[in-house]
Design a protein around this ligand. Sequence first.
Ligand code: NDP
Ligand code: PYC
Length: 339
Amino acid sequence: MTKAADIHLSYADLVALLQKIFVKNGVSENNAKILAENCASCERDGSISHGIFRMAGYVSSLNSGWVDGKAVPEVEDVGPAFVRVDAKGGFTQPAMLAARPLLIEKVRQNGVAVLAIRRSHHFSALWPDVEPFADEGFVALSVVNSMACVVPHGGKTAVFGTNPVAFASPRAGAAPFVFDQASSAIAHGDVQIAARAGHELKPGMGVDRDGQPTNDPKAILDGGALLPFGGHKGNSIALMVEILSAALTGGYFSGEFDWSGHKGAQTPFTGQFFIVIDPARGGNDVFAERVAGICDLVLEAGQERLPGDRRHVTRAKAETDGIPLSAENYKKLKALADT
Ligand code: NDP
Ligand code: PYC
């Protein structure tokens, strides 16, 4: 049973609290606002594995000197439909926002454009990166690689990150259709949450340090590894994410960066890739209606809900009641902000 929340904060108050923590720990005001809004949005929508749960990890990484919270990304215009960004060892979200105006200009000009971010840290959910494009009428897909903790299908050594893929599309009469999913059987954040809570995982999520299947999250975290979702099929998606996020952008593969000299480092130093499309170029002026139509068909066929529905229900409740926090978590955030 979920414990009732002790405290409810408005989105603005949570952003202000998180921004203060980021600034205290060496992040520039501009980057701190972006990261705080991102993290508060995750908490508001119930993306718990990437909400305030991550704040201690952000702080730890910043204090280890592994990530540069003050990095100023360098945006390069490298082709009619290609934007590249060197995040300079900072977080990807400010890099993406710095490149966004040029990217949108190119999408409007060409119907499609890509964004390749390198030398960047991503420690959050991916849906906040794509959903705003769909809110503006574009179709967007993004991938990011992380830290090697997933063994290839049938393999023994972790090569892939948990490598999520997020997709967003406008939908007539409703919020954009958005899905955001790891290519591992479970996100690393959820393994950490299960380990803390003392819960077992479902079978098929990971292996222990000897490569034996285990449902024990602690055994996975202690030298074990995760599995790709769906066997060889999820494996290929994880591999594609490495290719797009690292090989194509000039970033590191998930197993390539060395953070051993930065005790406490937790944020993966990799790359991120986006494709953004103007659906009007499809010559179909009822695109958003068609998307709504296929979504309706799926529900009529018996699927209980669509991806994103849970987030929107949680968001609506948070907008009415405030974002629920336990007293313990609120105290931890206050301590990070005040010390
Ligand atoms: P989930 O398996 O919880 O959800 C994946 C997607 O499926 C979501 O869009 C979700 O929608 C949808 N969904 C879940 N259950 C159902 C259902 N019963 N019917 C229809 N749709 C459903 O996500 P993951 O555990 O794979 O990933 C969790 C988060 O971790 C993601 O936000 C991801 O970006 C993040 N992550 C980040 C990484 C990084 O490197 N930064 C690495 C790996 C993961 P809904 O949200 O509405 O439930
Ligand atoms: O939950 O797998 C995860 C993850 C990796 C990096 C950030 N989140």
